[in-house]
Design a protein around this ligand. Sequence first.
Ligand code: SF4
Ligand code: SF4
Length: 434
Amino acid sequence: MIKRSFIGLTESKLKCDLVEPGPKEPEAIPIPPRLILMLKEPLDSTKETLVKKGDMIKKGERIFLYKDSREYVLSPVSGIITFIAPFTGDFGLLATYLVLETNAKQDIDNSFAECAAIPDIQTADSYLRGIPGNPPLQLLADAATGGVKSSGININKIVINGVDEDILCTTRQYVLTRFRDDLSKAVTLLKQLTGISDISIAMPDALAKLSAFNSLKIVKVSSDYVHSLSPMIMDKYLDISFVPGKSCEELGVCFISVEAAISLVKAYSEKQPVYEKIVTIIDKKGKKSRVSATIGTPIHRIFTKIGVETAEKDRIIIGGPLRGVAAYTLYHPVTPDMDTLIVQDSSEIPMISDYPCINCGKCVRICPAKVPVNILVRYLEATLYQDAAESYELFSCIECGLCSYVCSAKIPIFQYIRLGKYELMKIETEADNG
Ligand code: SF4
Ligand code: SF4
């Protein structure tokens, strides 16, 4: 088993932003007349769907696509389904989106309330998937059954993650400080749900000084960029070496965002799922605002409400500047894991090129995982993914995005890496399915 020691020849000088002191409450975005719900299961034209156009849906109801579906999406409002269509995301993500027109009268589905008295992970997985922060309930439920159901993963450590994973993002830190009095409840609830007693809270070093965290097991993380990524937290602060090709969960550590942990606490105390996602918005001038929006709200509603302007060729980034992905439409909905939206003016979108690598070596020096990026990128450009994985350490990459950031030839290295990993995973899945 190959283990890696991190930090390449040059340490990144980038620092992660800290949440502003005494942050304001997020601005509440009104529930729009139509929500767009994303169901992580593709439409299959050979099967009859369970949910149909014209169906009335209650608030809190789980919507399944087919009779035998395991995936579901929670409805944040009661309303009527007006549209069902396929959705194709990055790297072949196939899903279905459902448009839900909101009713004035809100009928509530009480299925979760009826079994919320005694928290257990199977119930949580059955009723609370997709609440804000996107808790990994399926994985924890699977791990609780000995990991035998599907993944074979056994979790023995949980980290409630209050560290934001990209340089300008501060949503998790906001939730960490705003709901700090509820963190011990989150630890207790997660212990009760999973039976795992080793639960710690990762937070930026500067925030760990706040006295409210004294009674908790804290992992203090440097604000230097790349320390904020889960494999780095595991390697640097938990003393568990990263193994190329394995996720943190496969190494026994489950990271759950602090917003997900707090959403679980709220759901169990209020005996109903929660739907309000906190999102940090960064406008073209770099000004930050924070909103609370119902999952499924189209993002243009947020921009209009808080006065953020967008023009035709501007780019909207979901996530941070180094690791984020572009949103292709202003109708993209707020999703459970959407922490940050950045609006980038069309004149400031960094150029990418099809120039060849000039072998400057910057990517190799900056790479924290010591990947030979300059050679790897040649194999990825030539779509030789198997060679890239076997000989040039594709799976050692922890997806920090620094190589693309420093590349002299402006090669979109990070995108090539993600595509390469996706193509190999697809081949593996197809082989597993015969
Ligand atoms: S994204 Fe680039 S710099 Fe970061 S770990 Fe991967 S190869 Fe290295
Ligand atoms: S930074 Fe870009 S140009 Fe320089 S060696 Fe790496 S891939 Fe080549």
